[in-house]
Design a protein around this ligand. Sequence first.
Ligand code: NAD
Length: 241
Amino acid sequence: MMTRLRIGLVGAAGRMGQAIAEVAASENAEIIAKSDLGDQITSANADVLIDFSSAAAAEAICDAAMKSNIALVIGTTGHSAKEKQAIETAARKIPVVFASNFSIGVNALFALTERTAKVLGDDFDLEIVETHHRMKKDAPSGTAKTLAEILQRARNTKKMRHGREGMIGERERSEIGIHSVRGGDVVGDHTVIFAGQGERVELTHRASSRETFARGALRAARWVIGKPAGLYDMRDVLGMS
Ligand code: NAD
């Protein structure tokens, strides 16, 4: 029998906040403290603080978790270097899972992307296309950035191309293209394209519900409680690292 998980939730009124509230009961979890924009972030008596709010809240969220000395799960994306630094500093004191995507399928996509890049080698051009609903604020998505980092490591390059317009000349072999499509209610699609001479490989993940992210975040929350201070990601939670 799973022990009851007591959650402090930041961004409670948002799409992901509501998705977490919807799955909590079936995961033997209880949201004992909620905060949203303009509220004091509270985590007293919680086992873990879960954040799906905005990157601008990172410092306040880290402070709240450190003050209560509890674990932190961050799902928010789009952090600046300074906001990421606040998370890294907090992870020296408390255990933190910071993941751009909590779905198992996307974490399989991460592993397949790494493997495919190695198998195909340098002759294939690499492009990432992500599609999200019209309300999404950051671009490219955190998941697309993670995919880009995986490809950059595999190719040993830092070159990125965010969209294309005008007489830009031929594609550079070493660049990684990254493109954001926005519209409607798309929960989140990601495609990695490996385009070679006479053939093309495309790896695609499509999320059709936020439930997968919510259940993944609760799984991460259960996993991270009691871990030593440190910065973890979903691959650690799933035992894939
Ligand atoms: P949303 O806009 O529907 O919800 C965000 C909520 O946070 C809103 O209710 C907003 O009022 C609140 N908020 C904003 N600033 C705040 C602050 N300073 N303090 C407290 N609350 C604040 O967005 P969403 O679709 O729920 O996504 C939230 C974040 O989670 C985004 O960054 C998104 O990219 C990310 N996300 C991550 C995953 C993942 O698996 N890691 C999955 C989906 C979404």
